[in-house]
Design a protein around this ligand. Structure first.
Ligand code: F6P
Length: 583
């Protein structure tokens, strides 16, 4: 990245107001008379696809079907200079406290720095008195030893049986990353090992995930950055009771505290920054994997929070996963802005959000293994950029934070794509796919029509990927509809306006490295947008009030009449109705 503007973006002074920049004025001017014409743009400019296709590590990213012209791109790049994205990125990776409201460094990029060789910032990398590289490598080594012990059967439960099921108990960043990764990397999971994920405090979740398991072969990982999250600690206690009851019933432990403590030490490990609280829960700190306050929950899948994934796929594959992140971190750090994929994608989102009034953004993976990726991105993007004040506490001057959502294609095609194709809203969409599936299957019979006997089903799948972005970009005119012999009265209903923007992301295969690359890509898209908007993308005060009120309301829900009386009329009436219905 090259930087031209000497702006202080570290959080020690106020953010740049993007609306005061010439770049913003230029974008506003362009928007006034903007009339997108993807058909025309491609027709006039045969080099468009090539010019707007970029490479970041293994990811080929085609931006050409976006509502983008060279003039818009120049203004967006100028905006990136004006708000000093390179400077703020540098501030982040060098450990400045850019998370100002929590007065913390933001160093998820340090979790994936290689253990040897040249790296930026150079070694020794010390932040707030901590040797970051050394601490990261120590925890990774401990995780690796533990993962290997579980995988080889050297680690056993209290009755000497090897682990068959790992149950990760966590929520938010302590759940969404590991579960998304585990699902994405299923083809790499060791045979005979399964990982399940409990997150919801709805007791149905822990019940469904444990009721058919054998306690003797089950290992729980309690994953919580703070080790103070109500849902996780409640589920951990339920799991511990389930373990004790099951082992006692099987005659595997005695009715003594010592026996129960022994069982916990073989069936519970923890991941947290609060190792004192881990110990208070009864988990031996030797069986705990630490991380640090400079890792945000939603940026933590590449820390010890990924222990369940490291067990499932093994430490070597986990190292490849981290290397994938690092490859994109390096791209973000070194690629010039005009070729910098996360920056370009973040800037495009700003264009859509702040100038073209888009309110949501769809993420549509055309690989079933990424089916939890949109859910993962919802926390990453919306907990990061759903903010109304800037990092100096002043109100934001623009809209922030799109609603991210999505489902895998082709399922989504038969559900909500109608609205993306023909609705009244602008919904930029990212289409993500891989060239090589782990299980290529052939349709030996075919359908007698378009699908020939012996057809490669992945090719059929990808035909949909290519067709959707084409339809969204170029649409279908009334004349084209008429030319098909369509009755005049339904012609308008069958017209597709086109000019619906998409980004296509294509990787060779869904390897651990590529999954890491995809996550890092979106982390830095979020960073880019947050920097333009001048917000602290690394705090999450907006989740606090609901948590506090749930604690205050608990007595009212569990029968305290005075507490019930103190509630507002609507809440009181709802709780009363719940109490009437509850058997
Ligand atoms: O919901 C807020 C939040 O703090 C998330 O940011 C975090 O990922 C989640 O709760 C879980 O927190 P913890 O890992 O501390 O249990």
């Amino acid at each position: 990245m090259t930087s031209t503007t000497p702006t202080d973006t570290t959080g020690t002074s106020g953010p740049v107001d993007p609306t005061t920049t010439d770049a913003w004025s230029a974008l506003a001017r362009i928007q006034q008379s903007f009339s997108p014409d993807l058909r025309g743009w491609f027709a006039e400019d045969p080099g468009r696809a090539e010019r707007y296709t970029f490479q970041a590590a293994d990811l080929t990213v085609d931006l050409s079907k976006n509502l983008l012209t060279d003039e818009i791109l120049q203004a967006l790049l100028q905006l990136a200079h004006d708000v000093d994205i390179p400077g703020r990125y540098r501030a982040m990776i060098t450990g400045e406290h850019i998370n100002v409201t929590e007065d913390r460094a933001v160093l998820h990029t340090a979790l994936r720095r290689p253990s040897s060789g040249d790296v930026e910032p150079p070694r020794p990398f010390t932040v707030d008195g901590q040797n970051v590289d050394q601490d990261v490598q120590n925890v990774l080594a401990k995780m690796g030893r533990f993962a290997n012990a579980v995988r080889s059967g050297a680690w056993t439960g209290v009755t000497g049986k090897r682990v068959a099921t790992v149950v990760n108990i966590g929520i938010g960043g302590s759940d969404l990353g590991p579960v998304m990764d585990y699902e994405a990397l299923k083809p790499y999971v060791q045979e005979g090992l399964e990982v399940r994920f409990v997150s919801n405090i709805d007791p149905s979740d822990v019940y469904e995930k444990t009721h058919d398991l054998d306690p003797e072969t089950t290992l729980f990982i309690v994953a919580s950055k703070t080790f103070g999250t109500l849902e996780t600690l409640t589920n951990a206690r339920l799991a511990r009771q389930w373990l004790w009851d099951g082992l006692a019933k099987a005659g595997a432990i005695e009715d003594s505290d010592e026996s129960r403590t022994g069982a916990v030490s073989k069936h519970f490990v923890a991941v947290s920054t609060a190792l004192d609280k881990v110990q208070a829960f009864g988990i031996d700190p030797d069986n705990a994997f630490g991380f640090w306050d400079w890792v945000g929950g939603r940026y933590s899948v590449d820390s010890a929070i990924g222990t369940s994934v490291a067990i499932a796929i093994g430490p070597d594959r986990f190292a490849e996963f981290l290397a994938g992140f690092h490859a994109i971190d390096e791209h973000m750090r070194t690629a010039p802005l005009e070729h910098n994929v996360p920056v370009l994608m973040g800037l495009l989102n700003v264009w859509y959000t702040n100038f073209l009034d888009a309110q949501t953004h769809a993420v549509l993976p055309y690989t079933q293994y990424l089916h939890r990726f949109p859910a993962y991105l919802q926390q990453l993007t919306m907990e990061s950029n759903g903010k109304s004040v800037r990092w100096d506490g002043s109100p934001v001057v623009t809209d922030t934070g799109e609603v991210f959502w999505g489902e895998p294609g082709t399922n989504g095609q038969h559900a909500f794509y109608q609205l993306i194709h023909q609705g009244t809203r602008l919904i930029p969409a990212d289409f993500i796919t891989v060239a090589n599936p782990p299980h290529p299957l052939k349709d030996e019979v075919g359908d007698g029509g378009a699908v020939q006997p012996g057809a490669d089903v992945h090719a059929l799948f990808l035909a949909n990927f290519f067709a959707q972005t084409k339809a969204l970009a170029f649409g279908k005119t009334a004349d084209e509809v008429r030319a098909e012999g369509t009755a005049e009265k339904v012609v308008t209903a069958r017209v597709f306006s086109g000019n619906r923007p998409t980004t296509s992301i294509l990787a060779p295969a869904l390897t651990p490295s590529v999954v890491g690359q995809l996550i890092a890509l979106y982390e830095h898209i979020v960073f880019t947008e947050g920097t333009v908007w001048g917000i602290d993308s690394f705090d999450q005060w907006g989740v606090e009030l609901g948590k506090k009120l749930a604690q205050e309301i608990t007595p009212a829900v569990t029968g305290d009449a005075d507490a019930l009386e103190q509630q507002d009329p609507s809440t009181k009436s709802l709780i009363r109705r719940y109490l009437e219905l509850r058997e």
